[in-house]
Design a protein around this ligand. Structure first.
Ligand SMILES: Nc1ncnc2c1ncn2[C@@H]1O[C@H](COP(=O)(O)OP(=O)(O)OP(=O)(O)O)[C@@H](O)[C@H]1O
Ligand SMILES: [Mg+2]
Length: 317
């Protein structure tokens, strides 16, 4: 019996025992049976070592304390099991082709992130870029998929682009209820989570359209949500709006451990990439993805590890 089935069975038993009573507080933390890749060169190690973790973990005023954790079983039983219909052209790990063009670059990106994680706290990654249509959602969705391809890894993918949400379209599912509903206090964390095409990949879609996205992502509830759910996941990947035109991404970064910047090949102006980096002066830039390179020049999407440093980095397009 798979772990997820065991978890569901246990949840059923818990529910039957409590007859709809309070959420059990028997949380014991996420399991990590997989050995992480351990390839790292000396130069990288030196740069990584210079970077300090940058996460604060304080509850916001007016929100309940963090004292009521819930178990994996509870989460899996209470989130929605949804049939996804992923776009086979862009969701590289959901189309049945293990060697889809671009998939190898996402495996490389995964290894690089594990290497960085050996040296700093890294679980919550904000995926952003300077401008619209550079491939943030494409990168976030495929990164989440490649992460769960490793046995036992559990990933939460969050669509925090409340202005132009795309993840639900790419994955072929509904956009609500989702993050905006939680941030407004209309839904709890379980009712906004979906599990669909892959056993260990959970999605929080964007939610209902809102008129005040920047205020919502800064109202403290996102941090609270992440505090509650992060022990249950190995990675949390957060998609965001473009960083230069609006402030949402820099506000979201306050709840993340690091920023992954997407640059679109032959499209992102260098000064815009630089400006985007400046939106996150205190955040670790964990990498830059050069997206949309043509098939006849090398790789489909490429990861530049050389850009990894805490501040003052200029993305190379
Ligand atoms: N490497 C790629 N190969 C093929 N299609 C891609 C690639 N990168 C992005 N796309 C497609 O380009 C479009 C824009 O990408 P995406 O939605 O990921 O950009 P974005 O930066 O998230 O845009 P926005 O700022 O509007 O949210 C989408 O239709 C996506 O599927
Ligand atoms: Mg997007």
């Amino acid at each position: 019996m798979s772990r997820i089935h065991e978890a569901l069975k246990k949840a059923e038993q818990e529910r039957a025992a409590s007859q709809g009573g309070p959420v059990p507080s028997n949380f014991s933390g996420a399991e990590s049976p997989v050995t992480e890749p351990r390839v790292i060169d000396a130069d990288t190690a030196a740069r990584v070592a210079a970077v300090a973790p940058a996460v604060s973990a304080h509850a916001s005023p007016g929100l309940p304390p963090f004292g009521s954790p819930f178990s994996l079983e509870t989460m899996l039983a209470r989130c929605a099991a949804v049939q996804w219909s992923p776009d086979p052209k862009t969701m590289l790990f959901l189309n049945g082709d293990d060697n889809a063009r671009g998939s190898e670059e996402f495996r490389t990106l995964r290894s690089r992130l594990y290497q960085i994680r050996e040296k700093m706290t890294l679980k919550k990654i904000l995926v952003t870029s300077a401008l619209p249509k550079e491939g943030k959602s494409f990168t976030a969705a495929n990164l989440a998929q490649v992460m769960v391809r490793q046995h036992g890894r559990r990933v939460l993918l969050i669509d925090a682009d409340l202005r132009g949400p795309r993840l639900h379209l790419m994955l072929g599912t509904s956009s609500a209820p989702g993050l905006s509903d939680y941030l407004q206090g209309a839904n709890d964390e379980f009712s906004i989570m979906q599990r669909g095409a892959l056993e260990n990949l959970l999605l929080i879609p964007s939610g209902c359209e809102v008129s005040n996205p920047a205020e919502l992502v800064a109202n403290g509830r996102l941090k609270f949500l992440l505090q509650r759910v992060e022990p249950l996941f190995d990675w949390i990947i957060i998609d965001s709006p473009p960083a230069v035109p609006v402030s949402d991404a820099s506000l979201l970064a306050n709840s993340c451990d690091g920023v992954l910047m997407v640059v679109r090949s032959n499209a992102t102006p260098v000064d815009m990439a630089r400006k985007a980096r400046q939106e996150f002066p205190d955040k670790v830039l964990v990498g830059v993805v050069l997206n949309g390179t043509s098939a006849d020049t090398e790789a489909y999407s490429r990861y530049y590890y050389g850009a990894y440093e805490k501040r003052g980095t200029e993305a190379k397009a």
